[in-house]
Design a protein around this ligand. Structure first.
Ligand SMILES: [Zn+2]
Length: 618
């Protein structure tokens, strides 16, 4: 089972094909909106015309960028990369321009729909450039160089010439090696890619903040936190509240894993202190499923091997996708369009380079749904395809909304929906569709939950702290001379992790995590982990399921399907608490669903920790 979830990390950044309104990094040129003092008084009809024009223009540019992106990822050449970059830049430039101009209409009373569109337009610039064209150019260059540098990042164990490892190879090594010295070398080797980025990152922060201030936000972090239908600081508090609900569970898991690692690595792992970051099976120590095999949880004798079952039945990639589609039609969703089967990519082509990393697209934002994934016939991909189709059915559900509302309720929702569906891939579901004959007994549940927790619970503090660090950096609370120190303080405080070797300000360890140089906000991943359990709890309630949450699959339940579709169809036309309420009856995010799901595991962990004398905390 080792490596069963290795692809999850890749899939984690699973990009839904984003039509322009995505709050991605938009460092485009911009025209000065209006200078203070020169404000002409705007009228409501002018605002309406501006908003409708902007919406249409961004929609057109978005479809173009989406087509160019599809071609580029399916036929990687210098030319397609150039074409896709140009289309993306045109869309981002326009988004930044409209974001600035929209403020002209700030004081006006508009209909609720137009007012929401105005707000979404203003937030569409994810990483705004300042007005000055020289600064714009500089920022665009910095963003592209940081992103490119990460992409080209390598660790060369024996010097430049021989066998250099890219991120995928380093991840594989970290997942599989049990040699602490080798792990330490790999960890240190990979983290060296951050150091050269530091000066440019400092400059990027300055320029982005200048752009954000011109848009009326205190800094880039405040702009990012404004995407959640509440004041920026209230959102930060919301995240802290959710984390407090889950800290006890994390502490139990941390204590157990630390004790189990000590069994393997001895005193290299302290009895009471933080865990060295290189021993958790993952470069960033963000998911721990790769050390599952070092744990002594009771293995169920009656388990099954889905990978083998799928292979024995000679399931092909198309057949894998059909299983996923069948899940959704069983809930009452219409089958995928004919074009989905004609235009998707399911198999890695032999004759050309493609981006294999799983993604789900709606190219024309009407019903041109597609999946791009190099499917392997194995359990993990079986789950991933259910997840990817979750994106597709979400995209389809909101495609009757006006373009500006065609997105998930907040950026955590899209990933959460796919993961919710994947939570329903339970043994009961596999039995219902005839893949297994017997559902394993409850005695195997602890083991199953432990595997899930090593991925989903272990991730939580990391999901929280990446943006905590960035928010402090953008706000100037952490100065450049303390970047690395602040990073490791947060990692110790929240994750209970320390670097395996001494770090100084000559290092820039945040740069070794894609989303930092790639400028992708991270709070969405934290939210998605929490929301998926809240969604699942509500859907299972709707389906009338009685029993432990981890055993629930909503497969075949039309009432649950209808409820889900109601939320999906809202897109982002309303503030996310209303979308959440439609499905769950709850207006607040609530981590108690996640805690409920893992409650049997928490009891088991506490028992183990007590019996084995494993202390909690660090
Ligand atoms: Zn996804």
């Amino acid at each position: 089972m080792r490596g069963r979830r290795m692809r999850r990390l890749m899939h984690f950044v699973c990009a839904i094909a984003i039509v322009v309104f995505a709050r991605g990094s938009a460092a485009g040129q911009s025209t000065a909106a209006s200078e203070p003092g020169k404000k002409a008084s705007a009228t409501a009809p002018e605002a309406q015309k501006f908003i409708e024009d902007a919406e249409q223009r961004l929609f057109d540019l978005g479809v173009k960028a989406s087509r160019a992106g599809w071609v580029q990822e399916n036929f990687i050449t210098d030319d397609t990369e150039q074409i896709a970059a140009e289309a993306g830049e045109a869309a981002n430039t326009a988004a930044t321009k409209y974001a600035k101009e929209a403020h002209r209409f700030d004081g006006l009373q508009l209909s609720p729909e137009l007012a929401r569109k105005r707000l979404l337009l203003e937030l569409a610039a994810g990483f705004p450039a300042p007005d000055d064209p020289k600064a714009q150019k500089e920022l665009a260059q910095i963003l592209a160089s940081l992103d490119g540098e990460y992409g080209k990042g390598k660790w060369c164990p024996d010097g430049e010439k021989e066998k250099c490892l890219d991120v995928t190879a380093v991840e594989k090594l970290m997942a599989e090696s049990r040699d602490p010295e080798e792990l330490k070398r790999a960890w240190t080797g990979w983290h060296a890619i951050g150091a050269p980025m530091r000066q440019r990152y400092v400059r990027m922060v300055e320029l982005g903040n200048e752009g954000a201030r011109q848009l009326g936000y205190a800094d880039v972090g405040a702009l990012w936190r404004s995407n959640y239908d509440m004041p920026p600081d209230a959102f930060a508090k919301e995240e802290d509240r959710l984390w407090e609900q889950l800290r006890p569970l994390y502490l139990s898991l941390h204590a157990y894993v630390r004790g189990q690692l000590r069994k393997k690595y001895g005193n290299a792992v302290p009895e009471r202190g933080p865990i060295p970051a290189h021993l958790l099976g993952n470069i960033w120590s963000q998911e721990w499923n790769n050390v599952y095999s070092l744990t002594d949880s009771p293995k169920s004798p009656a388990s099954y091997d889905l990978t083998k079952i799928l292979a024995d039945r000679k399931t092909d990639p198309r057949g894998m996708v059909k299983y996923g589609e069948n899940f959704f039609t069983s809930l009452g969703f219409a089958p995928l369009p004919k074009t989905f089967w004609e235009r998707s990519l399911f198999t890695k082509p032999a004759d050309r380079d493609v981006v294999c990393h799983a993604s789900a697209w709606d190219v024309d934002s009407k019903d041109d749904l597609r999946v791009k994934m190099c499917i392997q016939i194995r359990e993990e991909d079986f789950r991933v395809i259910h997840h990817e189709l979750g994106h597709n059915f979400y995209q389809r559900a909101y495609n009757t909304q006006p373009p500006l509302f065609q997105s998930s309720a907040n950026d955590g929702f899209h990933e959460a929906v796919g993961d919710t569906i994947a939570l329903s891939v339970t043994p009961e579901y596999l039995k219902q569709i005839g893949l297994i004959d017997v559902v394993p007994p409850a005695s195997g549940d602890t083991d199953y939950l432990l595997q899930q927790a090593l991925e989903k619970v272990a991730f939580l503090p990391f999901g929280l702290l990446v943006d905590k660090w960035r928010w402090e950096v953008f706000a100037g609370q952490v100065k450049p001379q303390d970047y690395n120190k602040a990073w490791w303080e947060l990692r110790k405080k929240y994750q209970g992790i320390v670097p395996p070797v001494e770090r100084t300000e000559a290092d820039f360890d945040p740069g070794a995590k894609y989303h930092v140089p790639g400028n992708v906000p991270y709070a969405r991943y934290f939210l998605a982990r929490i929301l998926q359990f809240q969604f699942q709890r509500a859907l299972c309630r709707e389906a009338g399921f009685k029993g432990p949450l981890h055993r629930c699959s909503i497969y075949g339940n039309k009432a649950a399907g209808e409820k889900l579709n109601k939320m999906l169809a809202i897109g982002q036309s309303k503030p996310w608490p209303e979308a959440l309420e439609t499905l769950t009856g709850e207006k607040q995010m609530d981590a108690s669903a996640l805690a409920d799901y893992f409650a049997p595991l928490k009891a088991w962990l506490d028992e183990q920790n007590k019996a084995k004398g494993y202390p909690a905390g660090w």
